[in-house]
Design a protein around this ligand. Structure first.
Ligand code: GLY
Length: 360
């Protein structure tokens, strides 16, 4: 199937892309005066993109790429900023813990020019798992190291072990644990004879919960690409659970001949649809970055069959956001529903742009 046939198969044809995507059930309209679905599809040149929590990451990565640094070092240095931020509860230090109150982190990265990847999963006590994944890539013949072995590998390389559970994350976990089951010996807020908020800051409001993650991809002026994804994963997960973020082809993938892609959100859905790999293949088949993200999002939606994961309209009730960066600097993103944003830095500066939504 050539590129034109492929686009026709998907119902995506040049200037009519928005209208024909609508025929797939994809609500997307082409901006006035453009044949592209989103402004990023028209961009060319050096660019770094990331999930919406990644503006410091794309700014740092772009600065390093422009200074001639390898894109893999640039994107990892970028996400290190977010990993080290105690206020981001979805990544690294300050991330929400597993059901036993232990922070377990996942990350993977990939270098386009060498087509090498590195990953760590379920690593504990190490604040910057993306840097450990990069060392797996650079200094071993392996792709993934997990758990205790990953921690020992990091310690051997001079990383310091530290408690990653901030007070804020610990309090969130304790509220989740107390309210998880009305029949256990931890009293739920409405079962307490005393003020449930007694001596607790941030005790009101919904209990924080996230599948949040950061993915960051970059391309330099030679068209060389790199990408990294790093996360604390699903909040209050079963210990040992691994999401899409450290899985090459799911949470992140790079093909230096085509582009880079990444994912955030419900990792199980991304793994089951080889999310990042599929986006890169769609770009190879001729879709723009935004079209490729929408096509893969549609595939995820169509293949969600479990009733508990569907809303009353039969659409997925969970969130996923997909990101794509093509070798020539075109970029795009799609969100399952609503008004997502992603971060981007180009020569025009650092900003957030709107993701294309599969469902309103
Ligand atoms: N996407 C992050 C996770 O599911 O762990």
């Amino acid at each position: 199937m050539d590129n034109l046939d492929r686009r026709a198969f998907l119902g995506i044809t040049g200037a009519a892309a928005g209208a024909t995507l609508a025929g797939m059930g994809v609500k997307a309209t082409t901006p006035r005066g453009s044949t592209s679905l989103a402004p990023g599809d028209d961009h060319r040149g050096v660019a770094c993109i990331s999930s919406g929590n990644g503006r410091p990451a794309t700014a740092k990565a772009f600065e390093m790429v422009m200074a001639g640094r390898d894109p893999i070092d640039a994107v990892v240095a970028g996400v290190n900023i977010v990993e080290s931020d105690p206020d981001d509860m979805s990544v690294g230090y300050g991330g929400l813990p597993n059901e036993e109150g232990v922070v377990q982190l996942d990350s993977c990265c990939m270098h386009g020019p060498t087509h090498k990847a590195g990953a760590v999963a379920c690593i504990e006590d190490i604040k910057n798992p993306a840097s450990v994944a990069l060392l797996v890539l650079k200094r071993t013949d392996h792709v993934m190291i997990v758990g205790e072995g990953a921690k020992r590998f990091a310690l051997a390389h001079g990383f310091e072990a530290e408690n990653l559970l901030t007070d804020r994350a610990r309090r969130a976990w304790l509220r989740w644990k107390e309210n998880a089951n009305p029949n256990d010996d931890w009293l739920d807020a409405d079962q307490m004879d005393f003020d449930p908020n007694e001596n607790r800051e941030d005790a009101a409001g919904p209990i924080p919960f996230t599948y949040g993650t950061i993915n960051c991809s970059g391309v330099n002026e030679n068209g060389d690409l790199a990408s990294v994804t790093t996360t604390s994963g699903l909040s209050y997960k079963i210990p040992g659970r691994v999401g899409d973020s450290p899985i090459v082809g799911a949470g992140m993938f790079v093909d230096n001949a085509v582009g880079a892609a990444g994912a955030t959100g419900r990792g199980e859905a991304v793994i089951q649809n080889c999310g990042a790999f599929s986006i890169v293949r769609e770009m190879e088949n001729g879709l723009s970055p935004t079209e490729a993200c929408l096509a893969v999002m549609k595939r995820i939606a169509d293949r969600t069959r479990q009733k508990r994961l569907l809303n009353e309209r039969g659409e997925p009730n969970f969130g996923v956001t997909l990101y794509a960066l093509r070798k020539d600097g075109a970029y795009g993103s799609a969100v399952m529903r609503g008004r997502g944003q992603f971060a981007v830095t180009t020569s025009a500066g650092t900003r957030r742009e709107a993701c294309m939504a599969l469902y309103e």
